[in-house]
Design a binder for this molecule. Structure first.
Ligand SMILES: Nc1ncnc2c1ncn2[C@@H]1O[C@H](COP(=O)(O)OP(=O)(O)OP(=O)(O)O)[C@@H](O)[C@H]1O
Ligand SMILES: [Mg+2]
Length: 517
């Protein structure tokens, strides 16, 4: 009995399984985030943007205009950078406040604008954002106008200053050597600087801001998409977290590697509570599961590697894993194949077979073991669909399938199953029938189950998918370790057909040989 402790996610299928199993969680989180972002941003106050464009130039285009005046020249790009920095100065904001005659403070006005030189050009863009489109345009235009005005005034001042200093330099240097031509050149330069000081236009507004027709923010659709992506990411993370924290065994393959027994059959959720396809039973097996039990019957024949197995106990780690379902249905499958089969209910604590098979509950196994009933009294025949009762020995009609129910409630079930008369009962039954199937109690909480296992040739362990935990499965494996040499196989119950279609009717037989011991 070897168990695999391989990595949890081996192939892409394992990842897809997690995504598929938690698809509702993932979809829910995506929709929740997207919906919340949409609702919040739909309700947020809209804001509008407006942009004015200024073009900056150095008016001293001609290199010779100021030749030798020592006046620092600027490239248009540098001019634009100087101008862009000027936009967000407090004195500009104060001038804007005055011009617009608004209640907004200069600080608030500054908070509404951004200015930047457009890369590698001499253009400066002034962007304003406001709750109303008109206000945004007004603010952008006012900043543009005030910046242009202040910048122009500064630049013109610089030219006038340059003219003054040129003139005084000329006077200091005035000598008799100055020819009329030299003097005329000086006069001309000074005159140009003075006229620049009056008329230079280093900055022009090339595009006025216009009120925008649509709001720049919020954008509910864009926000919803972005938040949806965040929700999707978190949903996937949550799915893998949940999967990592989930200690239940889900997939048949996962269960098999944990339990370390050959997988003999998978039984669907819909089959739980059924007892084969007996006409008298309270619940019939779905047809795919009937096929699964035929496969289980065949696999059971090979469980001991070819030697004949007459008695098989069906057990599980914990209660409600489908033991009674598997025991009764396996017994049906054996009988339907023409074998004389006896089903014995050894789960004395939670008997269910009498009800499921629609037979009298007493007298049964406990009554036989306490000496209150004889063997023929406790055996009840069950009619099969395709095998009507036959005349066994020429007198009474015999049945291919017979059952011994748990019988009257007893005080010490463990003691009853420990007795040698129980072991003799099983041994006698194994001699008189082709096949004996024992429905037992669970392994972990009940000590007497081990007594039953001791009396049989082989064991079938049921593990219910999506319910039994890793710990329970490995505890059962350890408990079974006592019978290391006893042939054992695994039946996974409660499988969801829609989740693991490969384990359904189609394609199952091809997979089977690997699971047979
Ligand atoms: N008639 C029914 N319809 C649907 N589900 C049922 C029905 N009867 C039983 N089940 C399901 O099957 C489970 C138990 O099946 P079953 O009795 O075969 O298991 P078990 O291992 O023998 O249980 P226990 O340990 O109680 O003997 C129950 O937990 C229940 O979920
Ligand atoms: Mg049971």
């Amino acid at each position: 009995l070897a168990a695999g402790d391989g990595p949890r996610y081996k192939t892409l299928r394992d990842y897809l399984r997690v995504l598929r199993a938690h698809r509702l969680l993932i979809a829910g989180m995506t929709l929740l985030f997207a919906g919340a972002a949409f609702a919040i941003s739909s309700r947020a106050a809209p804001s509008y943007g407006a942009e004015a464009l200024m073009s900056c130039t150095d008016p001293v285009v001609d290199e010779n205009t100021l030749g030798g005046s020592g006046f620092p020249r600027r490239t248009p790009e540098l001019e634009a950078s100087v101008c862009a920095q000027r936009v967000t100065r407090i004195d500009i904001a104060e001038a804007v406040k005055e011009r617009l005659d608004t209640r907004l403070t200069p600080g608030e006005l500054l908070g509404m604008v951004e200015a930047a030189r457009e890369s590698r050009t001499n253009l400066v863009a002034i962007k304003a954002t406001a709750g109303e489109p008109e206000l945004a345009a007004q603010v952008a235009n006012a900043f543009a106008r005030e910046t242009a005005r202040a910048h122009t005034a500064d630049e013109r001042g610089r030219y006038r200053e340059a003219a003054r200093s040129l003139r005084s330099r000329f006077r200091r240097q005035a000598t008799a050597r100055n020819t009329p031509i030299v003097r005329a050149q000086f006069e001309e330069r000074v005159a140009r600087l003075e006229s620049l000081g009056q008329f230079a236009r280093p900055v022009e507004i090339v595009e006025r801001a216009e009120p925008a027709a649509t709001a720049t923010s919020p954008s509910p659709a864009r926000n919803a998409v972005l938040a949806g992506l965040v929700g999707l990411t978190l949903g996937i993370a949550a799915a893998f977290l949940r999967d990592a924290l989930d200690i239940r065994l889900r997939e048949p393959g996962q269960i098999q590697s944990e339990v370390g027994l050959p997988l003999m059959a998978c039984v669907s959720r819909d089959a739980l509570g059924a007892a084969g396809c007996l006409p008298g039973a309270a619940r019939r097996l779905p047809s795919a599961d009937a096929e699964a039990f035929r496969i289980l019957r065949r696999n059971a024949d090979f469980i001991a590697g070819g030697s004949r197995v007459r008695s098989i106990a069906v057990t599980s780690a914990v209660p409600e894993e489908g033991k009674s379902t598997v025991a009764a249905s396996l017994a049906w499958a054996q009988a339907a194949a023409g074998r004389r089969t006896l089903l014995i209910e050894c789960d004395l604590r939670r008997p269910t077979l009498a009800k499921r098979l629609n037979v009298k509950p007493t007298p049964g196994l406990t009554d036989y073991l306490t000496g209150k009933a004889e063997f023929p009294d406790v055996v009840r025949g069950l009619a099969l669909e395709r095998h009507p009762p036959v005349n066994g020995n020429g007198k009474a009609p015999g049945h291919l399938l017979e059952v011994v129910t748990a019988g009257s409630p007893s005080h010490g079930p463990a003691e009853l199953l420990e007795t040698s008369s129980f072991k003799d009962f099983v041994a006698t039954a194994a001699r008189s029938y082709d096949q004996v199937i024992l429905d037992t109690g669970p392994l972990l909480p009940v000590a007497d189950t081990l007594e039953v296992l001791e009396a049989v040739d082989a064991v079938v362990v049921c593990v219910r998918a999506s319910r039994t935990t890793r710990d329970q499965a490995s505890a059962a494996r350890r408990a079974l370790g006592v019978f290391r040499d006893k042939p054992a196989g695994l039946v996974v119950t409660g499988v969801r057909e829609d989740r693991y279609p490969a384990y359904g009717y189609e394609g199952y037989e091809e997979k089977q040989p690997a699971g047979v011991a």
